[in-house]
Each structure stands twice: as C-alpha cells, then as structure tokens.
Write a protein that binds this ligand. Structure first.
Ligand code: BG6
Length: 465
C-alpha cells in the first residue's frame, strides 16, 4: 500500500440516490481513488429507491471530469447498493450481513464512516437503528474506529439540534462526530485565517479602529430547481445563513486561536457566535418562487436574507457586519470584503473608495487588496487599483473540491474544518432571534440584486476622525 493511502475503511452512505451524493459525494470519492488516497475501501450506498448500483453510479458520471475508465472500474467494483426504508428497524438487521460480507471480501479492518446525506429529520432515527443493530459501536476509541458524518443543516431549529446533540453525546464521543459544512472545505475559506495570521500587515489592522464594516455575501443565480420540497421548509435563512454564512463570519471575526488546531479554532469561532447581536434583517422572495415544483403556492419562505449584526466584543464593538445571501440573483458570487476606514486625506481631490481586502471564494478565487494609487501624469490625483492574488493563475485550476478535502479529513480524523456541538447550537440560537423579529418579506425580480429596500439597509460611512 502506498504511503499516501488513508487507513482502510467502509463507507455507508445514507441518501445515496440524492442530489448531494450524485453531484458531490460520489465524484469526490472517485477523485480520492484517482489520487491514490483511497486505496483499500468499499462503499455501501443506501436509499429508498429500488435501483441497482450501476444506476446509482451512472448518475454521477456527468459530474466527473476527464473520467478515467480504470478508476471508474475500481469505484464500480468496490460499490454496493442496499435499498432500504430508513424507518424500518429490520432493514438495519438485514444490512448487517452485507456489511460483514463486504468487509470480509475487501479485507477491511472494521473502520467505518457513516455518512448522513439525508434530510436532517432522518438523522436521529437512522442513528438510533444503527446503534440498535450494532452496525455502529457507541463511544468507540482506538482501532477500528467509527465516524459519523452529518450533513448540514444539523437539525431544523435550536430545539431539534440540541436534542440531536444530546442524543449523540450519550452514544458517541465528540471525536466521532463530524458535522459537515462544505464551505469549510473550500480553498479560499481555508485561506481566511492563514492570510490573516501569517501576514504581519493584516492582523494589526483587524479591529474596530481600522475596519469600517465587513460584508459577507453568497449570491446565487439558480432558484430552487428540483429541491422545492426541502427548501420550502428551510429557506435561505436556515439553508445558507445558519451554517455557511455564520461560519464565514466566525472565521473572519475570531480572535487568534494560537496554534491552528481543531480545538483552538472551534473555541475561537464559538466565542464569536456567542457574542453576535442581530440588529436588522431584510428578507425577500423571488417572483415566481411559489410556482416552483413542490413549493407551497402560498409559501412565505425567504429566498433572500440580508442581516446587519454586531459582534459585541472589544475587537468589534460598533462595527457592522453585513450578511447577504439570495437565490435567483443577478450573479453567482461568494465574497468576504473587509472594508477599511478612509485614510486621512492630504489631497484636494480625495479618493472616494476606502481600502478593502476581498476574499473571493467564487468565481476568480483569490485575495484582492483595493488600494489608491496615483493617476499617471496628473499631479496628486489618485484612483482605486487592485492588487490581485489569483489562485488558479498561480496554482492551476485543479485544486481539490471542498468535499474531497473534507472526506479526506474525516478519514484522517481531523476535525478542524467541522462544526462542534456548541457552535451549531449557538448558530441556531442566532437564527431563532432573527425569526423572532418577524422580518417583512419583500418581493424581488429574478436576476436582480434582491429587494429594492436593500438600498436603505447600509449604515452611512464614517470618515476617519
Ligand atoms: C448548499 C445549499 O449547502 O450550498 C444550497 O443547501 C446552495 O442551497 C449550495 O445552493 C451553494 O453551494 P456552493 O458551493 O455552490 O456555493
């Protein structure tokens, strides 16, 4: 076995016929086989549909680039499909002999990853039956190991996430539980803390004395497509803000964790989430949303949410953080913009744009610094210019997809890019305070920048005194 191979392991993938498995998880497993990280393994996909394994795998083919037939054959030979109703306890007892047979056939040592790519309301039931059928071992430490990976959203609200955490806590050690948010596996998200803490020029300015505001946005052009049944229950607030956006906020605003270990990073993020104070919320729904497939024709679900909040600690007192996310907008773009205060200006024609540090997570991944520089030939006039670190120009386009990185982390047992129980509960608490404000739902046009009311959402800029 090559040095770079991970420890042997059996994956059991619940929700194997779903959108996430098709588009992301199976292609990520394929890539890990191609990269010779996953060498000694088997995968059992489980879902309700009475299909066969080739039908499950074939639907992932369009999402795999430059498909190599030898790698594909390896995936096929190591893949099994088990149709099951997650709510029938006997099905888990029927799954057990297949697990034993597959582990024997592939000579696996008993390491297991249970991946919950299902709706969150199924998590407790599946977990309970797995325990009862002894397919997973409670509080297991050492080898062989059992790790459980729960997709986001983890729970549906504060109460359900607490109940799920309490249940899992009784059965498993926190080291066995991986609450996944794929944003934490994105290259540029991994760069936020590294850029800040490994460059002397940023950290001294990372506070209320120098920063005017922070803008985190995740804009999407797609509507809900075929996901109406799930999405209409959650909306943008629970689907995007609860995890992706609050995690980006926590990573941007956290204190230095010292060494970048899982324990330290999660402590630092939790401290931010504990101090969030939501000021204003603006929500919207795109025109035509109510006629999307499997959406309630009278739905009041938000497809757009903008939030102004403060982080009440010494570093950030009084500095607004703006979170904005929406579906069916004019562009697909994810950015974090740290907008600095205006410099004292010694010119008669002063710059109108403040300096900004922008993490571009999508598209044109990179880090951009907006500066003011002299216009050629004209005495003492400046214009905004950008210093660019274009990630793909320097490192090429083939950086790992988020799910590859995160699956690799699960296999290594590294939890730094996964969310801890307290973080998830604090995030749901923030969501509860937003819902309690009963924000008005504004309508907006598909392909626009969101509701017109957005223009009055931003606080006026403060000049350097
Ligand atoms: C998912 C949400 O977690 O993230 C989707 O459930 C959303 O609604 C998606 O479209 C966006 O991910 P990305 O990586 O394309 O920005």
């Amino acid at each position: 076995m090559s040095q770079s191979c991970f420890a042997d392991c059996l994956f059991i993938l619940f929700g194997a016929t779903g959108d996430l498995s098709k588009r992301k998880l199976i292609p990520a497993l394929y890539k890990l086989i191609e990269d010779k990280k996953l060498c000694h393994f088997a995968i059992i996909g489980a879902a309700l549909e009475p299909v066969d394994k080739l039908q499950v795998l074939e639907q992932s083919k369009p999402f795999i680039q430059n498909l190599n037939s030898a790698v594909w054959d390896t995936l096929v030979q190591n893949f099994y499909y088990f149709p099951m109703d997650f709510y029938h306890g006997t099905m888990y007892n029927n799954l057990r002999p297949l697990v034993a047979e597959v582990e024997r056939k592939h000579n696996l040592s008993g390491n297991r990853i249970l991946y919950f790519a299902t709706m969150p309301q199924h998590f407790p039931t599946i977990t309970k039956f797995l325990l009862e059928s002894t397919l997973v071992q409670a509080k297991q430490s050492g080898s062989p190991w059992t790790r459980l990976v729960y997709e986001k959203p983890f729970g549906e609200d504060l109460a359900s996430s607490q109940a799920l955490n309490n249940f899992l806590r009784q059965a498993f050690a926190e080291e066995q539980i991986f609450r996944i948010d794929h944003y934490l596996g994105k290259e540029l998200v991994g760069n936020i803390a590294l850029a800040r803490f490994t460059n002397r020029i940023f950290e001294p300015l990372w506070n209320k004395d120098h920063i005017e505001s922070v803008h985190i946005s995740i804009k999407e052009t797609l509507g809900v497509e075929q996901r109406g049944a799930y999405y209409d229950e959650y909306g943008q607030l629970k689907d995007m803000v609860q995890s992706h956006m609050l995690q980006l906020l926590a990573l941007t605003a956290m204190e230095s964790p010292g060494e970048l270990t899982a324990h330290n990073i999660r402590n630092a993020k939790a401290a931010v989430l504990a101090n969030v104070n939501v000021d204003q919320v603006l929500q919207g729904q795109y025109e035509g949303y109510r006629t999307e497939p499997r959406v309630n024709p009278a739905s009041t679900t938000d497809t757009f949410t903008a939030i102004r909040l403060f982080v009440d600690n010494q570093r950030w007192q009084g500095i607004p953080f703006y979170l904005l996310t929406g579906k069916a907008l004019d562009r697909k773009e994810t950015t974090i913009e740290i907008r600095f205060k205006m410099a004292k200006c010694p010119l008669t024609a002063c710059p109108s744009e403040p300096n900004a540090l922008i993490f571009k997570i999508y598209p044109d991944d990179g880090i951009y610094l907006r500066l003011n520089a002299k216009l050629p030939g004209i005495a003492y006039e400046v214009a905004p210019v950008s210093m660019d670190f274009c990630h793909s120009c320097l490192f090429g386009p083939n950086t790992p997809e988020a799910y590859e990185t995160l699956l690799a982390d699960v296999m290594k047992g590294d939890q730094a890019a996964f969310i801890r129980a307290d973080e998830v509960e604090m995030s749901w608490r923030i969501i509860a305070t937003i819902i309690a404000q009963q924000p008005v739902l504004h309508s907006y046009k598909r392909g626009s920048q969101g509701p017109a009311a957005l223009s009055s959402f931003y606080l006026p800029r403060k000049e350097e005194s």
